[in-house]
Design a protein around this ligand. Sequence first.
Ligand SMILES: Cc1ncc(COP(=O)(O)O)c(C=O)c1O
Length: 413
Amino acid sequence: MKVFQEINSPLRTIMTPGPVEVDPRVLRAMSTPILGQFDPAFTNMMNETMEMLRQVFQTKNQWAFPVDGTSRAGIEAVLCSVIEPGDKVLIPIFGRFGHLLTEIAERNGAEIHNIECEWGTVFDQQVIIDEMKRVKPKVLAIVHGETSTGCMQPLDMIGPACRELDVLCIVDAVATIGGTEVKVDEWQLDAVIGGTQKCLSVPSGMAPITYNDRVEQVLSVRKKVEKGVATEQDKVDVQQPIRSNYFDLSQLQDYWGPRRLNHHTEATSMLYALREGVRIVLQEGLNERFARHRFHEKALMEGIKAMGLTLFNDVPWKLPMVTCVNIPAGVDGDSVRMMLLQQFGIEIASSFGPLHGKIWRIGSMGYSCRKENILFVLAALEAVLIRHDASIEVGKGLQAALDVYESSNLVVN
Ligand SMILES: Cc1ncc(COP(=O)(O)O)c(C=O)c1O
């Protein structure tokens, strides 16, 4: 019989757009003993987590809680609770995750309206607003930070336009939450989904979400329909109950809210992890954390450029925590990634769809976004590129990054 050894996972430097390295304090919190889900000690932690999530989402919404499952569980919960068959949903696509929103909305019976722009660009907000005026959708679903292209879609005009046009604005902020501004209330976003395994530096397995009373109104009418108590007036906008049990936000909010109605068994250790993750974010300070991401991004970008490489996303709409490097002609991108992993224990990412084989994506998110990691990845990349006969400026990358670090009074690690 085969004897299985205990897990002995190698130590890695993870510089991908997720999952990233988990803060050791989060790992410690995960080994805290299990509590029953209705133990006041545990429900108190649930309440504290909601309170801290509101601050991270910069919202006064009552509802801010995690959905158990990976980030797409949060997306699916919001979309399946809001969309009913035949609803018009507008989804602008500027990378892979716009397709994910489309697929989930489609599976919930939405009448899909897509607009697309070239990967590597984002939309002029007015283009989306004009399309909303033309299509008159019930929902606009859009990605904030596209990890597949390293681009960030501005939303500050889109949210208020949705409010004016009576469209529900649902945003995938999986990559951006905890790493850059996601101003839920100021931008008037109706529902926002965050990710744990990226800038929050918590393992994958939960999706923090928030939504406002405009979304709650839809949920409450769908519940009335389910119970057969909806009025004719209610049924003008909503005709069907929510089909999913696991992702029914009206049930989830009854579980997270003061009623504490039993739904699923909360994922105890993940809740500990999320609570510690958001506590660390707030302890650092949102503005300080966003500035840290920008600062290390600068060092990384300067280092890459000084090496003689070019960036795919050196654009004003660059996603601060994802730096996409054009793979030099004649270099096998996968072989470079493999050597980084095997010789240095560093992981960077390839890309999808039209960008596959053309760019590497280097993440600098959350706990992985540290000086030692930036310098290590630059040093290792240079060494590996020399081994791949790439023509680069030897010795310049690290110096450029060090110039950035030495030019600042910011104390960073
Ligand atoms: C922008 C964005 N949205 C959604 C997802 C899906 O998240 P998950 O794989 O955790 O379900 C990802 C994952 O990489 C992402 O980057």
